[in-house]
Write a new protein. Structure first.
Lengths: 393, 324
């Protein structure tokens, strides 16, 4: 079935097809329509799930803790300030190894007061132990949610997953989306089996007692092993998804025209679409530019990025966020750290698209020209370039 | 003053009624529950004379094994009810919710069991800080949504586990480490949040105050709370703390009893907002008798005691006006 829907609707379809037991939500723009669509689906009995309409995001994720401990497949969604309020149960969701799936409709953090797009919210919680997948378009929103449940509930992973879709650029813009058949999804996504912890009077255990540091260290290491396992398993899940549904997303990172590239652009989220077009243009002009779409941000796909960038001279990273205190974007310095002691291409960071600012084709053309100049001169000059501020450099 | 100025004959009839009904139910309740299995480990490390521990043991005896228990951070978490490392303090499924998500976390458990068609008591045994302060929002939300959970607040009037700091239920002029006493600073400058009444105003199916000095009354209230299926039931349990309140550990029950006998902590219940007293105090004692038994009030002057009497009387009058 083909539908023309916005990202929020696409997400709602993805959730519906994944058949969660319990959905707990607190509505906050721009995710509001997402949960409204789900509420409507439940009210019409198109989706057999319990809606828990809580009084805050903190309670939304908390209700899912309880639901998962009683054996439920769960879903929630949030954005920016809601995610910030959620931080306490957010950290605990991953450290309890609960396979919750949550959409972050990514938005800028205040202040200054803003309600628009940006990756600052999701990026800021990157070290809280979740898996984070950033998607490019509305079809991928839907598909990634189904994949996320498979990944989260895999016994070797058993971790919560964020599907991050750009606020407004995806959540509120309309695209053609193919809605998979329920029976195919049912086959692809087996029912949840959650046995490592539970609250069940028929099988009483004490969940999460006070834990001494030497034992806690084991928990941390196993958690990181689970994240590492996710790197392989997402590839397998995505490949299988491709066979069943005919759409393949290259697992963690998607290379585009990278084979002979000497300049690489690294992008994440909806900006990747515009970047593809501009890279095509640059190729026509004879520039050897390639594009890397960073799809999985957590765990960070160090190995693939090293491999993809090993023959590249200049790398430009576009960050829709900033790292306060590191004075660059986050993806930029993480990529630099991943490449360190393997190879050292010249690297430049572009801070762009903050607070909903549009990353236009024009700006992407500027980026590619800037990188080409660096390639020719073999000099980086300014390492971090800010859109709308450093345009003339 | 206290609203107990009925005529002599009415008083006698009431007393007779009480002898025939309430007294009868005391015996039944006590004997029925006394010999049931204790679902808490004998080895938990609560302080001598802990009122909260007693309240929890009784609650679990009444509710039985078909219960999921949430013990948020606080005294009962600290003494090992959820366990330490590979050990556990309870014989039923037990979990440490966050201090501020107790009621919302339990909502998720209850919803999923309802979905599975399985009847399970979902119980919170939470301190006053997690209830009246940082967890209040999620509790009020769960109450408004009609989540069918049993929520017991064991009120020891402050953060006793972490060093006796003030909470929203610390009473007027009580000493704590964050409401100290000097010539100019006389303990807590504000009165306590009237949590039970606030919860009753959510028009819940069942709200009650209870005291560990009146076990039979507490048991009956637990039973009523356990029967509720159409919303949240809330019990505000008065649990004196010898360490934090500064009184000898063998006086816990006496102190709890005095709080009821002075109307400092009246016993009542409310069904869908309709309030009813469950313990008549025939000879009300002055609140001074209670204050003198508790060390955290030892700094009070006669004037200050009179002021507290006023606060207690006003509260009781309000309650009486609501009780029909």
């Amino acid at each position: 079935m083909i539908k023309v829907v916005d990202g929020n609707q696409a997400a709602a379809y993805g959730v519906k097809l994944s058949k969660p037991d319990i959905i707990a939500t607190y509505p906050i723009t721009p995710q509001t329509p997402l949960v409204e669509y789900l509420a409507t689906m439940v009210a019409r009995k198109e989706l057999d799930a319990e809606m828990v309409e809580v009084e805050s995001e903190h309670s939304a994720l908390s209700a899912l803790h309880g639901a998962a401990l009683a054996g439920a497949r769960t879903f929630t969604a949030t954005s920016s300030q809601g995610l910030a309020l959620m931080y306490e149960p957010y950290f605990r969701t991953s450290t309890l190894r609960l396979p919750v799936v949550m959409c972050i409709v990514t938005r800028e953090m205040i202040s200054p007061q803003t309600v628009w797009s940006g990756h600052q919210d999701a990026i800021t919680v990157r070290d809280a132990g979740w898996i984070q997948i950033f998607v490019e378009r509305n079809q991928e929103v839907l598909d990634a949610i189904i994949q996320a449940y498979r990944l989260a509930e895999d016994k070797r992973v058993m971790l919560p997953v964020n599907v991050c879709l750009d606020g407004f650029y995806l959540s509120h813009l309309i695209e053609r989306v193919e809605i998979p058949e329920q029976k195919d999804v049912d086959e692809f996504l087996p029912p949840l089996e959650l046995n490592h912890i539970k609250l069940d009077p028929d099988d009483p255990i004490s969940v999460d007692p006070l834990t001494p540091g030497n034992l806690l260290t084991h928990y941390r290491k196993k958690h990181i092993e689970g994240l590492e396992n996710a790197k392989d398993i997402i590839e397998r899940i995505d490949a299988e998804f491709g066979q069943v549904f005919g759409r393949y997303y290259h697992g963690k990172v998607e290379p585009y025209l990278m084979q002979d590239a000497n300049i690489a652009l690294v992008a994440m989220g909806s900006m990747t679409g515009a970047a593809r077009i501009v890279v095509n243009e640059a190729r026509k002009m004879g520039l050897k530019v390639g594009l890397i779409k960073l799809r999985m941000f957590r765990p960070f796909p160090k190995e693939e990025l090293r491999e993809l960038l090993k023959d590249v001279d200049v790398v430009g990273v576009i960050d829709k966020n900033v790292s306060f205190g590191f004075s660059s974007g986050t993806v930029f310095y993480e990529l630099k750290s991943a490449l360190f002691s393997y190879h050292e291409p010249l690297m430049v960071n572009f801070i762009a698209g903050l607070g909903g600012a549009d990353i236009t084709k024009d700006y992407l053309r500027f980026i590619i020209n800037y990188l080409e100049k660096i390639r020719q001169s073999q000099k980086v000059g300014r390492e971090v370039v800010w859109m709308d501020i450093d345009r003339e450099v | 003053m206290d609203g107990h100025r009925q005529g002599g004959i009415m008083k006698s009839i009431d007393k007779l009624k009480w002898l025939l009904t309430e007294r009868h139910s005391i015996k039944n309740a006590e004997t029925e529950v006394r010999d049931r299995e204790d679902l808490l480990s004998p080895g938990i490390s609560a302080c001598l004379g802990c009122g909260a521990e007693l309240g929890l043991r009784i609650a679990l005896k009444v509710l039985g094994r078909n219960t999921v228990l949430a013990i948020p951070p606080g005294c009962m978490g600290g003494v090992g009810v959820v366990g330490y490392g590979p050990t556990t303090g309870a014989k039923i499924p037990v979990f440490f919710p966050l201090l501020d998500n107790i009621a919302s976390m339990l909502s998720g458990i209850k919803r999923q069991y309802n979905r599975k068609g399985k009847k399970v008591h979902v119980l919170a045994y939470a301190g006053d800080g997690g209830t009246a302060d940082v967890g209040f929002q999620s509790l009020s939300g769960a109450a408004e949504r009609g989540e069918s959970i049993i929520y017991i607040c064991y009120d020891n009037e402050g953060y006793m586990n972490t060093g006796i700091q003030r909470s929203g239920t610390t009473p007027y002029k009580a000493w704590t480490t964050t409401t100290p006493v000097s010539n100019s600073y006389r303990g807590k400058p504000q009165a306590n949040k009237y949590m039970a009444l606030i919860m009753a105003m959510h028009e819940l199916p069942y709200v009650a105050t209870a005291s560990i000095a009146y076990v039979e009354d507490y048991i009956n209230k637990l039973k009523k709370a356990a029967e509720v299926e159409d919303g949240l039931s809330y019990i505000h349990l008065f649990t004196p703390c010898p360490v934090g309140w500064k009184f000898p550990p063998d006086k816990t029950i006496e102190v709890a009893r005095l709080a009821v006998e002075t109307n400092f902590f009246p016993l009542w219940e409310a069904e869908y907002g309709k309030i009813r007293f469950t313990k008549r105090i025939w000879f009300k004692k002055p609140v001074k008798d209670y204050l003198k038994a508790v060390g955290k009030y030892s700094h009070l002057t006669e004037d200050e005691i009179r002021e507290i009497q006023q606060v207690v009387d006003n509260r009781y009058r309000l309650l009486k006006s609501l009780a029909k």
